[in-house]
Unconditional design. Structure first.
Length: 292
């Protein structure tokens, strides 16, 4: 079995791709039509030493895409989409800039600069997406607030965030999908400790993005459309992971900049400044009493 060519694009980190988008002359194995070599110019011939993946193009069943390694250890994506009356001319889509940046296709790893824990979560989940990143950020907050036993997280929607939360702690996760948004109540039993909601600006499922996603699921997207989709998903994930808690979520107080000189930090629950000699760097005395 060979994969669909869209998965080739989803398996390579977009910043490691140099787009070429040109026709090249290809030498093929007779009766098989698999590439042996190709020419960038009449004098520059690149011999293919290995075919990494072969992918089927569902738009045209006679067309295939190949991810190949050349004799100079470069990785190219070649597509058998010959010109009329010129069957030996194929389309070369891109070159991977560095072989070491190529992901493992079977596991569909994503090459993003994320924490190791999130990489492991995404591998078990199957992919890395903005919703999974939101769940990871919620989970890090929950670890600081909820007790190890008896902690409850109430979620306002069903999303990949729930899988991240289930992997990060032994919490009782409840879902009310009627709410339909990233709203999370963190509780100790039935006592509400913190209620936070994702700022909508960090998740942007535009009509264009939804259309591209539908094409990918139906295996009808072109290579360029798959790349555009993945670039936008990468942008949203990186944005979610980089900002501070109070910027990402409503309900977390913004630290008072004027008090940062005399305070060592701010209470995660109420936003009150913490004294320099405070025994707890996360909560003020009043909130510690409530949580105990």
């Amino acid at each position: 079995m060979f994969m669909h060519y869209n998965k080739i694009l989803r398996a390579v980190y977009h910043q490691q791709i140099k787009w070429l988008n040109r026709f090249v002359r290809v030498k093929c194995i007779k009766n098989v039509c698999e590439p042996l070599a190709f020419w960038f110019s009449p004098t520059v011939k690149l011999k293919i030493v290995e075919i990494i993946e072969k992918a089927k193009d569902s738009i045209d069943l006679d067309c295939f895409s190949y991810l190949v390694i050349t004799e100079d250890q470069q990785i190219y994506c070649l597509s058998r989409r010959p010109l009329k009356d010129k069957k030996c001319w194929w389309w070369v889509s891109f070159r991977v800039l560095n072989e070491t940046e190529l992901l493992e296709f079977e596991k569909m790893k994503r090459m993003l600069l994320v924490e190791l824990e999130l990489q492991l979560i995404s591998e078990r989940h199957g992919h890395l997406c903005p919703d999974l990143a939101v769940g990871f950020r919620i989970g890090k907050i929950a670890r600081r607030i909820l007790p190890k036993e008896g902690g409850v997280i109430e979620a306002g929607c069903i999303s990949c965030a729930l899988d991240a939360l289930s992997q990060m702690g032994n919490w009782n996760i409840r879902v009310n999908p009627i709410i339909g948004k990233h709203l999370y109540n963190l509780k100790k039993g039935e006592q509400l400790l913190l209620s936070i909601e994702l700022n909508d600006s960090f998740l942007s499922y535009t009509p264009e993005l939804c259309s591209l996603e539908d094409k990918l699921f139906q295996q009808k997207a072109t290579i360029e459309e798959a790349a555009r989709y993945q670039i936008e998903i990468d942008r949203q994930v990186e944005s979610i992971l980089q900002v501070k808690d109070h910027e990402l979520f409503k309900g977390i107080p913004c630290p008072d900049k004027e008090k940062t000189i005399t305070a060592s930090g701010f209470c995660l629950r109420c936003g009150a400044p913490l004294k320099n000699n405070s025994p707890n760097k996360f909560f003020c005395q009043k909130c510690r009493d409530l949580l105990s």
